[in-house]
Design a protein around this ligand. Structure first.
Ligand SMILES: Cc1cc2nc3c(=O)[nH]c(=O)nc-3n(C[C@H](O)[C@H](O)[C@H](O)COP(=O)(O)OP(=O)(O)OC[C@H]3O[C@@H](n4cnc5c(N)ncnc54)[C@H](O)[C@@H]3O)c2cc1C
Length: 301
């Protein structure tokens, strides 16, 4: 592992990697263990070289964006995490087409669209995280989903050998899923097809959705958003609430009293507490309603 990390440092510079990285500092849950190494490539060439190196090793590796949908187990991740950070943050606008790097925060994309008077991205303006994470998850809110606005995406294959562009159809986006779940390929930039709109109306819509989010979701506490996927025909939060689990805690992990679809960290929760809470919620909902709740949050390690 040490010699692999040294080789990565030769590609990215030592300043762009953290050995024994405390992942609670890099995830919105503010919980979890350490990764052997977290590396932030500074451009596409570095990313490809790092991926090629990793693909040729027997060490496991994964990519992350902003860590808003990830929980690393307390036992940690024995491998390398490649973070798509600021170096992949860029926005270009050509008419109604917006192209952004996958490390760009969703809020930044929303503001750029607003400034340019482009409509279509409002639904996503309050979704935390990077554009790459949103493509991988086909993130959605308030009736919108990324699949509705993506035109194409530029990907790098998981082994770093190939850079190619796919259409939205080829990403095979469905509810909180994309083809990238299977291929492990990395999104480096995404082109969105937006439409001309009225700046004041766009701003008003973004404000309205932010107010809804702030009044209904525990945005003041660390979490990873909705913990469970929506089971077909149900709402996860309603099932959890109807099972009597609103406010239920394991240590400092709690089913949010504000929104039963969220698990929050009340301060110092361990990943183990969060996962124990998840299992109790899953078992109770299964027993009471016969419905299987699957985590939307990606559990790592
Ligand atoms: C308070 C709160 C509210 C939320 N509300 C919503 C909501 O309304 N709707 C919604 O859909 N989600 C919501 N989420 C969840 C989260 O914001 C989204 O899933 C988001 O898209 C994750 O982006 P990220 O950059 O943080 O990804 P990460 O958490 O870093 O990664 C998530 C997954 O994406 C993969 N990934 C990340 N970047 C790339 C890339 N460039 N190429 C390939 N794979 C990549 C990772 O491997 C990982 O499997 C919420 C989260 C929080 C904390």
């Amino acid at each position: 592992m040490k010699s692999l990390i040294n080789k990565i440092a030769e590609i990215t510079g030592e300043e762009n990697l953290i050995v024994d990285c405390d992942m609670s500092k890099f995830t919105s849950f503010r919980a979890g263990g350490k990764a052997d190494c977290l590396v932030q490539p500074q451009d596409k060439e570095q990313l490809k070289a790092v991926l090629q190196l990793l693909a040729g090793s027997d060490v496991q590796y994964m990519v992350m964006g902003n860590g808003s949908n990830i929980l690393v187990k307390d036992s940690g991740y024995r491998g390398i995490i490649v973070k798509m950070g600021d170096a992949f943050s860029s926005i270009e606008i050509d008419g109604t087409v917006l192209t952004a790097g996958c490390g760009t925060m969703m809020s930044r994309v929303a503001n750029a669209a607003l400034e340019a008077g482009l409509t279509g991205f409002e639904f996503a303006s309050g979704i935390p995280g990077s554009l790459g994470g949103a493509v991988f998850m086909n993130a959605g809110a308030y009736g919108g989903e990324m699949v509705q606005i993506i035109k194409e995406a530029t990907l790098i294959s998981r082994d770093g050998s190939r850079e190619y562009t796919v259409t939205c159809d080829e990403l095979e986006l469905s509810y909180r899923h994309s083809k990238l779940h299977e291929t492990g390929d990395i999104a480096v930039s995404v082109t969105l097809q937006l439409a001309e709109g009225d700046r004041e109306a766009i701003q008003a819509e973004m404000k309205d959705l932010a107010a809804k989010r702030n009044s209904k979701q525990p945005v003041h506490l660390p979490s990873a958003g909705s913990f469970f996927k929506r089971p077909e025909g149900y709402f996860a939060g309603k099932l959890v609430q109807d099972a009597g689990l609103k406010g239920f805690s394991v240590g400092a992990a709690q089913v949010s009293p504000m929104h039963s679809g969220f698990v929050v960290n009340n301060g110092g929760a361990t990943a183990t507490e969060i996962l124990q809470l998840m299992e109790i919620v899953q078992a109770t909902v299964m027993e009471k309603f016969g419905v299987k709740l699957e985590p939307e949050v990606r559990i790592i390690g």
